[in-house]
Design a binder for this molecule. Structure first.
Ligand code: UD1
Ligand code: CA
Length: 449
């Protein structure tokens, strides 16, 4: 939309969060509230997006990067004053301005689109997104004219008893005709309970200037919940998670218990995969089709191939192929690649390693800095001894290696393809077929710095 500009108000500290972090950078469902708002706006393709920053503006600016233009509001003198910071960029702009607050992470693109559509269709000065709440405490109230248009918005602290009883509230999301907004902004004064320049006052001003303001009622009041405290953050989180779970299910994924399943927004899951209870999928995860995830799988920034089954385990920044089994009680740590058909069993930890297709590591093992070939079998309690107290060393196994129980792979070590060792072996240097060649050098006892 070439004739659309968006402004996100995000200068506030969020006093009631009691946090060192700006409010809009607090996470909901795995990403900052501000990111959710940006994600809702971006599909509208506005010609520009402005973010009004103030509290820790550098931090917010850094977070936003190239997604939007940040304008700074030095003193928080109110929402109208915040919008004014973008005015130098809007002087000659003839289109319309979408204004949202930065603390409503559940807002959806379709709702914003509707707000824009209605303003255009009825050629009104502005549209305001409203909703009816059982308990409107804390929000600005919508006072309507007889014909249903908005006469004014009254902030709670400025309401009389009649206005306070109104349950239709201002969501803080509007679309304005740009030039009319600029004219109205010039007239906003701060003679109110909070001595602030209220953006909401522009509505009554527009009315008086002869422009109509149309309310658009959001059917789903959860969509516009504003987050002002940690309790509201948790509430937003639960609504957003429910929404994500629903959309995942609509794409053909079974979520056995959405109430105990935590899926971040960026997670992609193939059809006919089943997510069992108490599972957490965080960050950028990609799960293939027909996989079984959980119960109690904690997966972060990882890929899991089709038909894999992972349960009671942690998988962090790892890549698993197809038909892989992990767990119960396994930890797959960053930098690990597990190829197709591998089985990793109980009390096994793998880090910075590659495990070739079809290999088995089924009980009580540790692999660090290892490269395991295909179809290997590592016996119970086989471990890499990869750290000498100063440096980490590599372990390399060829294909079809069989290691009996309790093998120690004292790195650096290389085991040639097809080698077989009975239990209790301690391998070092380059070894093959059960006959260890002498280790290159005796190791000095490690000294820690
Ligand atoms: C605002 C609305 C209220 C509405 C509510 C919806 C006004 C005067 N009131 O109230 O009608 O029901 O949102 O959530 O607009 N901000 C700045 N600079 C400022 C002040 C605020 O950037 O000087 C930003 C804040 O960071 C926040 C947003 O504007 O993202 C809203 O400010 P906040 O103080 O939370 O307004 P509310 O009292 O919630
Ligand atoms: Ca607010």
């Amino acid at each position: 939309m070439k004739d659309l500009v968006a402004i996100i108000l995000a200068a506030g500290q969020g006093t009631r969060m009691y946090s060192g972090l700006p409010k809009v950078l607090h996470n909901v469902a795995g990403q900052a509230m501000l990111d959710h708002v940006l994600e809702a706006i971006e599909p509208l393709e506005p010609r520009r997006i402005f973010v009004v920053t103030g509290f820790m503006s550098e931090r917010v600016r850094e977070h936003v990067g190239r997604r939007a233009t940040c304008v700074n509001q030095d003193k928080r003198l109110g929402t109208a004053h915040a919008v004014k910071q973008a005015v130098p960029h809007l002087e000659n702009f003839k289109g319309e301005v979408l204004i949202t607050v930065g603390d409503t992470p559940l807002i959806r693109t379709e709702t914003l689109r509707e707000l824009i559509k209605r303003r255009r269709a009825h050629q009104v000065a502005a549209t305001v997104l409203t909703t009816e709440l059982e308990n409107p405490t804390g929000y600005g109230r919508i006072v309507r004219n007889r014909d249903g248009t908005v006469r004014k918005i009254v902030e709670e602290k400025d309401t009389n008893i009649y206005e306070a009883a109104i349950r239709e509230i201002n969501t803080g999301i509007y679309v304005f005709d740009c030039q009319k907004l600029l004219a109205a902004l010039q007239r906003v004064r701060n003679n109110n309970a909070q001595k602030e320049y209220y953006l909401t006052d522009t509505i009554e001003i527009l009315e008086k200037l002869g422009g109509e303001v149309e309310p658009v009622v959001a059917d789903d009041p959860t969509e516009i919940i504003g987050v002002n405290s940690r309790a509201e953050l948790a509430r937003a989180e639960s609504f957003l998670r429910r929404r994500i779970a629903l959309s995942v299910m609509e794409q053909g994924v079974t979520v056995i218990d959405p109430a105990t399943t935590y899926i971040d927004r960026q997670v992609r899951i193939g059809r006919d995969t089943v997510i069992h209870p108490f599972s957490v999928l965080k960050g950028h995860c990609e799960i293939g089709e027909g996989a079984q995830i959980g119960p109690q799988a904690h997966v972060t920034d990882s890929r899991i191939g089709a038909g894999s089954r992972v349960r009671f385990c942690c998988i962090d920044q790892a890549e698993l192929g197809e038909g892989v089994e992990v767990g119960p009680y396994a930890s797959i740590r960053p930098g690990t690649r597990v190829c197709d058909g591998v089985r990793i069993g109980t009390f096994v930890e793998v880090t910075r390693s590659t495990v070739g297709a079809g290999s088995d590591i089924l009980h009580l093992s540790y692999l660090g800095d290892a490269q395991i070939g295909e179809r290997c079998s590592l016996g119970t309690a086989s471990v890499t001894v990869n750290f000498d107290g100063v440096k980490k060393h590599r372990t390399v196994l060829g294909d079809d290696v069989f290691l009996g129980s309790r093998t120690s792979l004292v790195a650096p070590v290389e085991v040639e393809s097809g080698s077989r060792f009975p239990h209790n072996a301690s391998l070092q240097g380059t070894v093959t077929n059960g006959s260890a060649k002498p280790a290159p050098k005796a190791r000095r006892p490690a000294k820690r710095k």
